[in-house]
Design a protein around this ligand. Structure first.
Ligand code: NAD
Ligand code: GLY
Length: 360
């Protein structure tokens, strides 16, 4: 097992990465401080992994809540079911919520923990590659609104993250690829040598090779933890973690939540942001082709769905990075170096969209 630390003063916490961690009861139990626990999972993950959590919790007083599975259920309505259960069972401020599942379960459980009685503890047990490399770390929690992705939420850090790589053995290949998109993101925004290493190891990653998986999760979490430690609430540099997301969130919202997986939309979004970076003279055509090839090798989309430029631009105008009406985009100065800039014209964005087949 490897242990990383997210360094946030009195909100610091460990990320445990390794095989078969769900069977190590003490790993979970040492982070539960009160006498009440609510384990939250979904109808797909619970039948496979909830039993291990039950064994770890043993004689502790706990209950379980199983949510419907899907991005379309990451909503205020389903969130309400968590509050209902907490109140029905008289959970108090010392309760601990345990999120067992992918990013949807993690984001919703985290937001419930952030807001129930103004904040209770929670633990992340991510079971998708995407949630192990990204969403379980850093304390962003929330739900979608029909008009915009992740628009309602809070920053709330977990007590710990337990990333058991064994759980990825049951993950459908399409979901694994979606996680690879966020892995490639770290290489592109801040870690050129990781990006180069990935190009030679992506096949091992897609085959769930244990050593490759551990290295990918460790390196991704290290990159994320470093950024989060220097800018927990996204006043500045943390925005680079949103590379590809301004385009990607527009795709997810336009297509209807769940039609495109989050990682797929991010992949197509990163391709657009990479193209735009080259139009600004920062990347070569060779760099752009290289990124396209790695995404394709990872079985990820490199083109957006059928949408109009106006649809893209109006959804992108709701992005959380918009400041005083100005769109800010995360672009690449070079491979391994991202910047946040508002110095891009609508015409330049349209040129990128139209080159990718988006109608004017
Ligand atoms: P997800 O939670 O929908 O999980 C993907 C699918 O895999 C689901 O059907 C799930 O039931 C299933 N699944 C999960 N673990 C499994 C396992 N071990 N075996 C078999 N099936 C399993 O999606 P995701 O890709 O994990 O997360 C995407 C969400 O994360 C989005 O809502 C996105 O906005 C959010 N996100 C949040 C952050 C953050 O910082 N908070 C960062 C990135 C993404
Ligand atoms: N995934 C973006 C962030 O955590 O900031």
């Amino acid at each position: 097992m490897q242990t990383l630390n997210v360094d946030l003063g009195d909100r610091s916490y460990p990320i445990y990465i390794g095989e078969d961690l769900l069977s190590q009861a003490e790993l979970l139990r040492q982070h539960i401080h009160g006498h009440q626990v609510l384990v939250i999972s979904n109808e797909t993950v619970a039948p496979i992994y909830l039993e291990s959590i039950r064994r770890s919790l043993g004689d502790l007083h706990y209950s379980e809540l199983i949510l419907p599975d899907g991005e379309q259920y990451k909503s205020l309505e389903v969130l309400g079911k968590i509050y209902d259960r907490l109140l029905e069972e008289n959970h108090n401020r010392t309760t601990t919520l345990v999120a067992l599942g992918g990013g949807v379960v993690g984001d919703m459980t985290g937001f419930a923990a952030a807001s129930y009685q103004r904040g209770v503890n929670f633990i992340q047990i991510p079971t998708t590659l995407l949630s192990q490399v990204d969403s379980s770390v850093g304390g962003k929690t929330g739900v979608n609104h029909p008009l915009g992705k992740n628009m309602i939420g809070a920053f709330h850090q977990p007590q710990c993250v337990i990333a058991d790589t064994q759980t990825l053995s049951t993950l459908p290949p399409r979901e694994l690829s979606a996680g690879v998109a966020e892995v490639i993101k770290y290489g592109l925004i801040s870690d050129a040598s990781f990006y180069r290493w990935l190009k030679g190891n992506v096949d091992g990653l897609l085959a769930c090779d244990g050593d490759v998986l551990s290295e990918v999760i460790r390196r991704s979490c290290e990159n994320k933890a470093h950024v989060v430690a220097s800018d927990e609430r996204e006043a500045g540099v943390r925005a680079i973690l949103n590379f590809g997301h301004t385009f990607g969130h527009a795709i997810e919202t336009a297509q209807g939540y769940g039609a495109w997986l989050h990682g797929e939309a991010v992949a197509a979004g990163m391709m657009l942001a990479t193209d735009l970076s080259s139009r600004l003279g920062w990347l070569t055509v060779g760099d752009v082709n290289d990124v396209r090839q790695l995404l394709q090798q990872s079985r990820l989309p490199v083109q957006p769905p059928t949408m109009s430029c106006d649809q893209f631009l109006s959804l992108m105008a709701r992005d959380k990075k918009v400041l005083d009406g100005n769109l800010r985009l995360v672009l690449l100065k070079s491979v391994g170096e991202a910047i946040v800039t508002s110095d891009v014209t609508t015409q330049q964005i349209k040129a990128t969209l139209m080159a990718a087949g988006v109608q004017s």
